[in-house]
Design a protein around this ligand. Sequence first.
Ligand code: NAD
Ligand code: UDP
Length: 308
Amino acid sequence: MINLVTGGAGFIGSFIVERLLRNKEKVICIDNLSTGKTDNIGNWINNPKFQFINHDVTKKINLKVDRIWHFASPASPIHYQKDPIMTSKIIFLGTYNLLEIARKNKAKLLLASTSEIYGDPEVHPQNESYWGYVNAIGKRSCYREGKRIAESLCYDYFRIHKTNISIARIFNTYGPRMAPEDGRVISNFISKAIRNEELVINGDGSQTRSFCYIDDLIAGLFKLMESDYIKPINLGNPNEEYSIIHIANIIKRKINPSLKIKNQKLSEDDPIRRNPDIKKARLLLDWEPKINIDTGLEKTISYFKNNL
Ligand code: NAD
Ligand code: UDP
């Protein structure tokens, strides 16, 4: 079985590569190292079953593969908003190019979609049949609308070419190997707390996210790749929904109780509440997350302390 992991030098992608190699499968990793790091894949560079190709997914490439894990995309708001036209281009063209490889090889493609496709949701928790509440022209639209068209493309390849697909709607996931400067809340707060810099909360901090630890997400993604389920499926941790102020206070307590916290303006279209309904994943994949925020943060903090 030859696996192609796009975005394999990034946070989530590197854990997919690691588990595939542990299972003795062949892995081709494509990444342009825009937010990913060679450190994340350094351990496997000399592994004969591993090949790294520095490549931008907006450009065509011909490869012989059996499975595609399509994770290449800017993922953090500060990265995807920096060059929004490029973000739309990467998500659309990247998904199109990878679906073409899947079609030609009769390979399966798993798309890393996102809870962002629900926008600023009006229903809680969000289940897969909710169509979302999305601003088409806001600052987050390049990413949200990009992932919506990516889902749509996948489904059209399934309808028209019978391409085997899976669509994971991933909710906020955190853990070791997140880039300290990537702007996402947990990596930002932990790296700032270790450096004794004040934590900056956008808005009053009452907005929530549901936080899933990376090991739980990876278990769900592997079950999804094995399944025949075609429609989108939520993967996230419904039991660990916390406000951002609560997360700031836990990290402060764990790393540096004397840290200062300040507030700044909430950014445009920042969702107020997010929580996954994972009934489908429970039923169809026999999956649910097991790691709570306390354990997950301890592991993540320990990684950041050793790697900052
Ligand atoms: P990340 O930034 O660590 O990883 C993304 C990887 O894609 C990086 O290695 C980057 O260099 C690579 N990349 C970006 N543009 C590329 C291009 N044009 N060509 C080739 N490689 C490119 O972020 P992550 O959190 O690991 O996210 C991985 C995927 O999961 C993304 O598709 C993201 O949308 C999705 N996702 C992540 C989360 C989360 O909470 N972490 C939530 C929902 C969806
Ligand atoms: N956030 C914050 N301070 C930070 C980073 C993020 O207050 O230093 C907030 C952000 O405005 C959002 C939440 O934390 O409300 C989660 O942000 P993140 O970028 O991690 O994920 P996303 O918004 O994409 O769900």
